[in-house]
Design a protein around this ligand. Structure first.
Ligand SMILES: Nc1ncnc2c1ncn2[C@@H]1O[C@H](COP(=O)(O)OP(=O)(O)OP(=O)(O)O)[C@@H](O)[C@H]1O
Ligand SMILES: O=C(O)[C@@H](O)C(=O)CO
Length: 420
């Protein structure tokens, strides 16, 4: 394994794996820290954690455990992947995890770059934009777990680490890889290991990636990975075989626990098309009134692609959270989706499209999938995936971040998972 990656959530890890696979690396995504060695043909391994919103100490401990495993696989470079909207609080977890990894790797020149231009996320003069809005005016200021109230990534990181943060501004970054490398070296001399680098386009990210050749630690959104495979390729280290992914013809079911605007638009499109759907209400899930086996049997009996969803509007989510507690509602719905996925697979489903990072993590854990092969891209940030089932056989999956995908994502995913 050449490049070892640590993702702080499940769908974000697929997003990164997708970028690396598109650049020609042979990639596998692991569910948590594996307990056995990686297949030696794998060139980039992504350890998907659920460390984005857990207490800081747990995020640091999980990330260091992932680092140990990746180093044992011989990785030459480590990439810490977080959200392109920099999801974190003034306490953490991005800064403390980056610092802990930097210390473990003796890395003193560590880029911080959440840019993902294909999804409208750009870093300019140290500030993060979502399309034409500053992060703190993009809707992210209302995020239920980590409201992003400051778009200045340097200031936010300083709060998390208690230390000054370096910066490579736009004008210097645009001079290309050599100028970026010089600016990073200067920041290191000034004693600021974390260095925010501006990036507005994919070509900026390629230049930045080129400048990161040989550095032990890189951090960012999936965009920061765009230029890294080229460094390994130039050194003749890539096999050029790419992905070994295959489609799956079995029944396709869509599961959504995501309440994001993009997912709700995709659900609206499914309903408008008159396709079968079952809505799960938070109250029913909390009261344990839903039988996963019955939902699975209903899904398998539909002639067209069925959807099972709990994707309420913000007001309804708030009401359910006030009545039952945020953690309790989330845990009940996630456990239910994990049980439905298990029942579906037992009933012979071959393709699952899952919307929502937490929901995807619950489904993958519920199915006991340990490693996922990365296939073709369905939408920016969302690849097709394939995994061996612990009971034998395989399943094809799409795991979609809440904010990703166009209105027809479910139909597009279903077709690509079948391999057509
Ligand atoms: N009706 C509801 N009321 C309260 N919570 C809900 C409801 N429906 C779903 N949830 C919970 O909301 C959370 C949605 O998180 P999830 O990460 O799956 O989606 P997302 O936030 O849209 O995606 P991402 O994290 O990829 O951006 C889950 O924990 C889910 O169980
Ligand atoms: O970076 C992103 O936006 C995604 O990969 C993600 O992490 C969303 O949860």
């Amino acid at each position: 394994m050449l490049l070892g990656c640590i993702g702080d959530d499940f769908t974000g890890s697929s997003d990164l794996a997708n970028t690396l696979a598109k650049q020609g690396m042979r990639v596998t995504q692991y569910s948590g820290v594996p307990d056995q060695p990686a297949d030696p043909v794998i060139e980039a391994g992504v350890v998907a954690l659920k460390s984005r919103s857990v207490p800081v100490e747990q995020a640091v401990a999980q990330s260091l455990a992932a680092l140990d495993w990746l180093r044992a696989q011989g990785c030459q470079q480590i990439l810490f992947k977080y959200c392109s909207t920099f999801d974190s609080t003034p306490q953490g977890n991005i800064g403390p995890v980056a610092m802990a990894l930097a210390e473990a790797l003796a890395a003193r020149r560590v880029v911080v770059c959440p840019a993902f231009p294909a999804a409208g996320r750009m870093v300019y003069q140290g500030h993060l934009f979502v399309h034409d809005r500053l992060l703190n005016e993009s809707g992210m200021e209302h995020h239920p777990l980590n409201p992003m109230t400051d778009a200045d990534i340097r200031r936010w990181l300083s709060l998390q680490t208690g230390a000054p943060v370096g910066h490579v501004p736009f004008a210097e970054m645009r001079q290309g890889a050599a100028a970026i490398a010089t600016a990073l070296a200067r920041a290191e001399e000034q004693g600021t290991p974390l260095i925010v680098v501006d990036a507005l386009s994919d070509s900026d990210l390629i230049e930045i990636g080129t400048a990161l050749d040989g550095l032990p630690l890189v951090t960012g959104g999936s965009g920061i990975a765009m230029g890294l495979p080229g460094n390994f390729r130039r050194r003749g280290l890539l096999s050029g075989q790419g992905s070994a992914w295959q489609g799956h013809a079995g029944r396709c079911v869509v599961l959504s626990g995501s309440c994001s605007a993009a997912t709700r638009g995709q659900i609206a499109r499914h309903l408008e098309a008159g396709l079968p759907a079952r809505e799960i209400r938070a109250e029913e899930a909390v009261a344990g009134r839903i039988d996963p086996a019955e939902i699975a049997a209903w899904s398998m009996a539909q002639e067209k692609r069925p959807l099972v969803f709990s994707s309420a509007a913000p007001d309804e989510v708030r009401r359910a959270q006030q009545a039952h507690g945020r953690e309790r509602v989330a845990a009940a719905i996630e456990a239910l989706f994990a049980a439905i996925a298990k029942a579906l697979v037992a009933a012979g489903a071959g393709r699952l499209v899952v919307a929502g990072g937490e929901t995807s993590g619950a489904v993958v854990e519920g199915l006991g999938l340990s490693a996922l092969d990365i296939g073709p891209e369905i939408a920016p940030g969302a690849p097709a995936l394939r995994a061996a089932l612990p009971q034998g056989g395989h399943i094809a999956l799409a795991l979609k971040s809440g904010n990703f995908g166009g209105p027809d994502f479910f139909a597009e995913a279903s077709a690509i998972l079948r391999g057509v």
